[in-house]
Design a protein around this ligand. Structure first.
Ligand code: AMP
Ligand code: MG
Length: 391
């Protein structure tokens, strides 16, 4: 059985960079840039006031200043500031010639409509200087950026309204199991609700990709074959859950092989999620995730997400925080890497959640994240500083 680290390496190395396409910037949320983006202008484009105030000469601030003009944002000042003069200026408006400072309205008093006095000690100019943020031609966003709202703002700022991004792979989801009913249905005697289907779809949607839901496959060769066939024909990545371990009706691995897929691994020394399968045929990939709900959740998070991101040119780095453990934690068998759900306490410590194993789905509903216990380690000591992988 391979280690989790080996499985991760196989997955990331197998992923092939997908093609690119051009889309408009305001539809690019969660997409990944396939080009460096440069600015077509300086920012700011001219010296401008960063406050509502009076533009003047710093050398004159001890004196009473005479008001000569009011400058609104978006207009060009008409008058040059001479000795002991000022112009009222709005935030974002162009600085008039002759001025080298803007004093804030709140720091002044007006003696009459035409004259003002400065009440403070001069400390800063309150001017945003031309090109101090961006110079024309500067790279403002790098290839490989995962686009979020603040990146869209930058695209808008530099007028980059058409962008090249990586395409998104087509992804299908198939839960397997005769015992499964869809969540709308009240399970009868031996049945349970299909929670993996919705969970897998939601995790993929979280990274901004729509999912083709094929539906529950029965544990029969016929139904499983047909559903997998449909998924392979129309998609790049197929996510299955269940049917991949040692049970008499775990028929998924054999069927996948019959389609000519090569198994890159089947079984990983990780808990939860040992019976995880990964296979490839050309540029189509299948993940056979375990049926147990915590396992499928974790392995999708740990292996499938980085795979998809890598395919789209994004180096996914999970969000980790380091904190001390609240109390000792012991496990019996250190043969596998183990992921334990934890909460972050008000004392700034990590507390493992009561967790009965990979079927105990509602325990992870409270989790802030997971900690990994490496192979060979069975005790973590109170106070030990540990990485929490956030979910
Ligand atoms: P399997 O890997 O098919 O043997 O399934 C392992 C366990 O996970 C069994 O207890 C299944 O009933 C359960 N299970 C399988 N698929 C799902 C699903 N889609 N949603 C919830 N539980 C599941
Ligand atoms: Mg099953």
């Amino acid at each position: 059985m391979i280690t989790f680290e080996e499985a991760y390496k196989i997955v990331v190395e197998a992923s092939q960079l997908i093609d690119t396409e051009t889309i408009t910037y305001n539809r690019s949320l969660n997409r990944i840039l396939a080009e460096d983006v440069k600015s077509d202008i300086d920012m700011p484009p001219f010296d401008k006031s960063s406050v509502d105030g009076y533009a003047c000469r710093a050398a004159d601030l001890k004196n009473e200043l005479t008001l000569i003009e009011i400058i609104a944002a978006g207009t060009i000042p008409n008058k040059e500031i001479l000795e002991n003069q000022c112009s009222k200026i709005m935030t974002g408006a162009m600085l008039p010639k002759g001025a080298d400072a803007v004093i804030m309205v709140e720091d002044t008093e007006t003696t009459d409509n035409k004259h003002i006095k400065y009440l403070k000690e001069y400390s800063k100019s309150n001017i945003a200087y031309e090109a101090e943020d961006i110079k024309k031609g500067d790279i403002v966003l790098k290839k490989g950026t995962l686009i979020k709202a603040h990146h869209i703002a930058v695209l808008a700022e530099v007028g980059k309204t058409e962008i090249e991004v990586y395409k998104q792979p087509k992804i299908a989801v198939i839960p397997t199991g005769d015992e499964l009913v869809e969540p709308e249905i009240k399970p009868k005697n031996t049945q349970i609700r299909n929670s993996n289907g919705a969970q897998m779809i939601a995790q993929i949607q979280e990274i901004g990709i729509p999912v083709n839901y094929i539906g529950i496959a029965k544990d029969t060769e016929n139904d499983t074959f047909n559903k997998i066939k449909k998924a392979i024909d129309e998609n790049d990545i197929i996510l299955l859950s269940g049917g991949v371990s040692m049970g008499d009706f775990d028929i998924v691995p054999k069927i996948i092989e019959n389609f000519g897929f090569e198994t890159l691994f089947h079984n990983v020394a990780v808990q939860p999620g040992k019976p995880t399968l990964f296979s490839r045929k050309g540029n189509k990939f299948i993940f056979g995730l375990p049926g147990n709900p915590v396992s499928s959740f974790m392995q999708l998070n740990l292996l499938v997400k980085p795979f998809i991101f890598n395919m789209m040119g994004y180096k996914f780095v999970p969000k980790n925080i380091k904190m001390p453990l609240e109390k000792d934690y012991t496990r019996k068998n250190p043969n596998r890497m183990s992921w334990i759900p934890v909460v972050l306490t008000e004392n700034g410590t990590i507390l493992p959640i009561e967790y009965h194993g990979s079927a105990h789905l509602n325990s992870i509903a409270y989790a802030d994240g997971f900690i990994a216990i490496p192979v060979g380690v069975n005790t973590l000591k109170k106070g030990e500083i540990i990485h929490v992988r956030q979910i």
